[in-house]
Design a protein around this ligand. Structure first.
Ligand code: NDP
Ligand SMILES: CC(C)=CCC[C@@H](C)[C@H]1CC[C@H]2C3=C(CC[C@]12C)[C@@]1(C)CCC(=O)C[C@@H]1CC3
Length: 366
């Protein structure tokens, strides 16, 4: 069993009342941060980098997936303010990258965690004297299922978000950016990554390999020329830390959203093929018209809703996935370059190689 501590590790366990008061009133230190969602894919990469940069890290997550020297784990639900307050003692910087998985269709869960939960996180941060909050938002807050080419942050939020995940990520981002208040001493910023991939990703490569193993990765939806951003996880981490370190009262980044990508849009199907071929599977070859596949996906989705009381099935080809696979969606990160000197640290080719090497168990025949 993992242990859960209620005080940062670097403090001695209080043996007297006075020590306890001193410990609970510790002044926030600029190198003491908390990662909410730190057990997840992005969160863990962020934690590892922060440790390497000399930060003391508290992880707050609903589950504990690893142990690392220098990291204090607090297991809890981010909707629980008391649990958060314990984890945020002495913390000056909070990264909020927790969310239910996008594949879920549980509307109530998304609303509870992404909206009410984020309100609770912001209240807890204010009460605990946290000075900076960096939210992991998503570039998909502006995506409605149709082409976006070189999209900038001033695009309007999607009026018809493609799923509950996107709908609640929009509300979450608005809440965090609105909470930025220099007078009250709380500075906020939102990072919008797109298509994060890399070692330990539980979604992209596993879904792809599973689809290939079931013999369903033979088709290219549309003409295969649609460009998409896939962002290597180290670049997303780099964007988050740059944002945190640039977040000062006089900085232009306060209360703003920033796209963070690899800045190398790639054909969706070339990217999928590179991963598949790297792992020993065949690349998809046959083309299917986009509208036909989208229409079929819509029909299947409606059927799954209608039949839900009788049978439960989850189609692989959801309308959202077909839209992601068959449209252009790539974003400009020139605002991040200008305001915080962002530049990707790992190129796409290198990122794909590192990712493929990290999944020996998913290789064809393994
Ligand atoms: N992956 C991607 O391509 C992209 C991700 N993002 C955003 O990046 C962030 C991180 O994503 P990613 O690392 O992929 O996701 P993960 O699911 O790997 O990580 C999220 C973590 O948050 C935890 N969590 C969920 N609900 C709660 C809760 N109520 N209280 C505390 N912890 C909770 C999850 O636990 P559990 O697993 O048990 O649910 C998980 O450990 C998310 O905000 C996501 O919206 C944005 C754009 C693209
Ligand atoms: C760029 C971006 C936002 C990526 C997000 C990750 C996932 C949404 C994709 C990762 C694997 C993809 C995938 C498909 C759709 C989108 C993903 C789930 C398909 C289901 C699309 C239709 C197919 O032919 C099979 C694909 C398998 C992989």
């Amino acid at each position: 069993m993992f242990s859960v501590f209620s005080l940062p590790v670097c403090l001695p366990t209080p043996t007297s009342h006075l020590q306890f008061i001193m410990a609970t009133r510790i002044r926030p230190s600029s190198k003491r941060c908390a990662v909410i969602g730190g057990s997840g894919f992005l969160g863990r990469h962020l934690v590892e980098k922060l440790l390497g940069k000399g930060y003391t890290v508290s992880v707050f997550d609903i589950r504990q997936s690893y142990e690392l020297p220098g990291v204090t784990f607090h297991q809890g639900d981010l909707c629980d303010k008391q649990a958060l307050l314990t984890a945020l003692q002495g913390v000056s910087l909070v990264f909020h990258c927790a969310s239910p998985a996008p594949a879920s269709d549980d509307k109530a869960l998304f609303q509870r965690v992404n909206i009410q939960g984020t309100q609770t996180v912001l209240q807890a941060c204010t009460e605990a004297g946290v000075q900076k909050v960096v939210l992991t938002s998503s570039a998909s807050v502006v995506f409605e299922g149709t082409d976006i080419k070189d999209g900038r942050e001033d695009l309007p939020y999607a009026k018809k978000p493609i799923d509950y995940y996107t709908e609640t990520k929009i509300e979450q981002e608005k809440l965090v950016l609105k909470a930025c208040d220099k007078e009250k001493g709380l500075l906020t910023v939102a990072i919008r990554p797109h298509g994060i991939f890399g070692p330990r990703d539980p979604q992209l490569v596993p879904i792809l390999v599973d689809t290939a193993r079931r013999g369903k990765m033979k088709f290219i939806i549309g003409d295969g020329s649609n460009l998409v951003d896939f962002t290597f996880v180290d670049n997303v981490v780099h964007g988050h830390i740059l944002a945190a370190e640039s977040l000062r009262p006089e900085s232009p980044i306060c209360g703003k959203a920033y796209h963070i990508t690899n800045d190398e849009p790639v054909r969706f199907w070339d990217f999928m093929s590179d991963i598949l071929v790297g792992l020993g599977y065949a690349a998809p070859r046959y083309h299917l018209p986009y509208t036909l596949v989208y229409g079929l996906a819509l029909l299947l989705w409606l059927l799954s809703l209608l039949l839900r009381p009788l049978v439960s099935f989850k189609p692989t080809f959801t309308p959202m996935r077909v839209a992601l696979a068959g449209t252009h969606h790539f974003y400009s990160c020139s605002r991040a370059k200008q305001d915080m000197g962002y530049k990707p640290v790992v190129g796409l080719k290198d990122g794909i190689r590192r990712t493929v090497e990290s999944y020996p168990h998913l290789r064809h025949g393994a």
